[in-house]
Design a protein around this ligand. Structure first.
Ligand SMILES: *[C@@H]1O[C@H](CO)[C@@H](O)[C@H](O)[C@H]1NC(C)=O
Ligand SMILES: *[C@@H]1O[C@H](CO)[C@@H](O)[C@H](O)[C@H]1NC(C)=O
Ligand SMILES: *[C@@H]1O[C@H](CO)[C@@H](O)[C@H](O)[C@H]1NC(C)=O
Ligand SMILES: *[C@@H]1O[C@H](CO)[C@@H](O)[C@H](O)[C@H]1NC(C)=O
Ligand SMILES: *[C@@H]1O[C@H](CO)[C@@H](O)[C@H](O)[C@H]1NC(C)=O
Ligand SMILES: *[C@@H]1O[C@H](CO)[C@@H](O)[C@H](O)[C@H]1NC(C)=O
Ligand SMILES: CC(=O)N[C@H]1CO[C@H](CO)[C@@H](O)[C@@H]1O
Length: 638
């Protein structure tokens, strides 16, 4: 049996050897060999990536940042763009990389990538990463993964090809004494010639030939970079100005269409050639696992220290920086758009965190240079929240403005934008609220919250789950637009299991309570509870500890299966809304969405993308409602 398998594989390999190589080219090599002089690693390197709607979830820097696991600011800086730039199809981006040679004798920058359905090493390498990585190298650096049997959700390392220059070569290609900043990994396109590439980067053909020899389309070449941005990005600077609405305003329906597009693209991509590659890959993986031990390739020292969150940090002078310095370094590297405040500054701003400045919980109001901020004081390391917040930037998420670390007290402060109208629970449940929210405002809040959650679920990597969605974590700005706050409990990664339950009574999804399984679907459940609160005006958990969703279950899942009848919904909803004669179809649509979100089986709950899409339909039903006519009933009372 075993022998038969081996014989089959050998036969297949023979077959593959006899077959003419793809397009008459040799098989791609399994990565870029390190130069003999290991002293040149790590170094600053770059890659030229072309924004592509089928590879990125959206044509914006945040999506490109997600793919390469870096902040969009990093890409914006090297590409001479603003972080909010809307990208054109095929717009070139210069991706900064740290090129190292620590493992497998290959020079690469490791990028973690979570396997999705339909992904193969070949497809992700050639389509998503546009041949900036070579699939045999992916096989090489993921010895624990079986290329033919990838589990969805597993995280693979994609080694982005790169190379460092030794000083001899750097000197020899200097232009008028101007040393190259580093090498750009560039994948030759069908339309490219060495002279067009040389012009794009301000170098000459001879230099490209010296560095790379002759190469054909889709092979990787290294191009010296003399300035940032290179001429290629300068000549195209004009197309970076957003011609269409900001990416955050993209309607959910567009997102859905794009996702289908991706799937179709992948399916078509797996043609005959793909199948052959897969076979070869299978063989390679098998041979690899069978004969080659990991140790044989472990050449070179670990120069970098991998920090807790998987960031490679290199301290200057080869010393490992102290933890605090490292935290600051990490943060400033990722968060340099944020301001770092001094403790004294915050003390002064908040009147020594006095009672009169207390908002609630650990949050204080602070006035710095005449501007109002919300300052959150945290005992534990706020790194998790910082890491999440620096990745997310959306008008429906509370914006982080800066931070402060007090080493002596072991305290960390986060400084947020001040959201004028406080939290939604106050407006829904507190008799002190100046007026009752009308249906139009509630619907808009539901939509804002759905958009914010959709963003954190779809556009973050690793996936962020908020874990504590509730009306007190939904803040309302001066226009009563909603923003999600408090990422303190948020967890990154999917299907993480927690040992102790956190969250808030009345919002916790049943499966989380039972097994502690963290998925985005627990946020969907909590969102369903918020919808019930918006419709009923009741609190998520009554004084006697009964949860609103349990109370509503009878109404939502009436025997007909079609949700509650209009009459029963009418009787249950907030009397204030009934008085305002709000359209019942619109309310019924929201209740149907709430029912789907509150299904006990998490797999039956919709994703936030679907929720946002369906809700925007409810929004259309409520036809006289639009952003232009949005008004606050009694603005004088605020
Ligand atoms: C970056 O692009 C802008 C136009 O968007 C241009 O005015 C500016 O000169 C560019 N920066 C550099 C350093 O070339
Ligand atoms: C080398 O391998 C270690 C452990 O597997 C990993 O943490 C590190 O990121 C790898 N380095 C590179 C440059 O891939
Ligand atoms: C990557 O290379 C393959 C051939 O090796 C080619 O078919 C494919 O189109 C390339 N991908 C991109 C995005 O250029
Ligand atoms: C694929 O992997 C899964 C889990 O890792 C395993 O249960 C399954 O047997 C594997 N299938 C094949 C064909 O190897
Ligand atoms: C520098 O790199 C070039 C090209 O890789 C190589 O030929 C040369 O021997 C290297 N020089 C030194 C001093 O290592
Ligand atoms: C390399 O490129 C030069 C210039 O285009 C060409 O004359 C030569 O034939 C090429 N050599 C090979 C081996 O492709
Ligand atoms: C709008 C624009 O200037 N596009 C140019 C960007 O750069 C490429 C390559 O140099 C040109 O072909 C485009 O015309």
């Amino acid at each position: 049996m075993r022998l038969a398998v081996i014989r089959t594989i050998l036969f297949l390999s023979l077959l593959l050897l006899l077959l003419p190589p793809n397009d008459g080219q040799a098989d791609p090599p399994d990565g870029i060999q390190c130069a003999a002089d290991r002293g040149i690693y790590p170094c600053q390197a770059y890659a030229l990536y072309r924004a592509d709607a089928t590879s990125l979830s959206q044509l914006d820097l945040a999506s490109a940042g997600d793919l390469f696991d870096m902040s969009r600011l990093s890409i914006a800086r090297t590409s001479n763009l603003t972080t909010t730039a809307v990208l054109q199809q095929n717009q070139p981006l210069l991706i900064p990389l740290t090129c190292s040679c620590t493992n497998y004798s290959r020079a690469y920058a490791p990028v973690p990538y979570q396997i999705n359905s339909g992904d193969t090493f070949y497809l992700v390498s050639t389509k998503k990463f546009e041949n900036l990585t070579l699939w045999p190298a992916v096989v090489l650096v993921n010895p624990t993964l079986v290329a033919t049997n990838l589990t969805i959700g597993v995280i693979a390392t994609f080694p982005i090809s790169c190379q460092c220059l030794n000083s001899t070569t750097a000197n020899s290609i200097a232009i008028n004494g101007r040393m190259p900043l580093g090498l750009v990994t560039y994948v030759l396109q069908l339309s490219d010639t060495y002279s067009s590439v040389a012009a794009s980067f301000g170098t000459d053909v001879q230099t490209l030939i010296n560095l790379n020899g002759n190469q054909s389309a889709f092979s990787t070449i290294f191009v010296p970079l003399y300035e940032i941005p290179p001429p290629l990005l300068l000549s195209n600077a004009s197309i970076a100005t957003p011609p269409s609405p900001a990416p955050t305003a993209e309607s959910p329906s567009v997102v859905v269409k794009k996702r289908n597009g991706v799937i179709a693209g992948l399916a078509i991509g797996l043609g005959v050639v793909g199948a052959l590659w897969v076979l070869q890959m299978m063989l390679l993986a098998w041979l690899w696992r069978r004969f080659v031990s990991k140790g044989r390739w472990g050449v070179g020292e670990e120069r970098g220290k991998s920090s807790a969150d998987g960031l490679m940090t290199y301290s200057r002078g080869g010393e490992v920086a102290s933890n605090d310095d490292k935290l600051i370094n990490d943060i400033s590297e990722w968060l340099d758009k944020y301001k770092v405040y001094k403790v004294e500054e915050l003390m002064q701003a908040t009147d020594d965190f006095g009672q009169s400045n207390h908002i609630k919980g650990a949050v204080y109001k602070g006035i710095i240079d005449g501007e109002v901020f919300a300052v959150k004081k945290m005992k534990w390391n706020a790194r998790e929240e910082l890491k999440i917040l620096q990745k997310v930037n959306h008008s429906n998420l509370v914006k982080l403005e800066g931070f402060c670390i007090d080493n002596d007290a072991g305290t960390c402060y986060l400084i947020y934008e001040f959201v004028e109208n406080g939290s939604l629970d106050f407006w829904l449940h507190d008799p002190a609220a100046p007026y009752k929210l009308d249906w139009r405002t509630r619907l808009r809040i539901a939509l804002d919250l759905a958009n914010g959650l959709q963003y954190i679920h779809q556009h973050t990597w690793p996936r962020v789950v908020h874990k504590d969605i509730k009306t007190s974590n939904v803040l309302l700005d001066a226009q009563m637009r909603a923003k999600v706050a408090n990422f303190g409990l948020a967890k990154t990664g999917c299907n993480a299991v927690t040992t102790h339950i956190v969250g808030t009574q009345g919002y916790i999804a049943p499966e989380y309570l039972a097994d502690g399984v963290v998925t985005a679907k627990m946020d969907v459940f909590a969102y369903g509870v918020v919808l019930l609160e918006l419709v009923s005006g009741k609190e998520a958990s009554s004084e006697r500890g009964e949860s609103l969703w349990a109370e509503a279950e009878g109404l939502l899942f009436e025997k007909s299966g079609g949700g509650g009848s209009e009459a029963s919904i009418m009787a249950w909803m907030d009397p204030v809304l009934a008085k305002q004669s709000c359209p019942m179809e619109s309310v019924a649509t929201v209740m149907n969405i709430a029912r789907d979100c509150l299904r006990r089986d998490p797999s039956k709950r919709p994703t936030m993308v679907e929720v946002a899409y369906n809700l925007s339909k409810a929004d259309e039903l409520f036809s006289d409602y639009s952003a232009d006519t949005l008004s606050i009933e009694s603005p004088d009372s605020i």
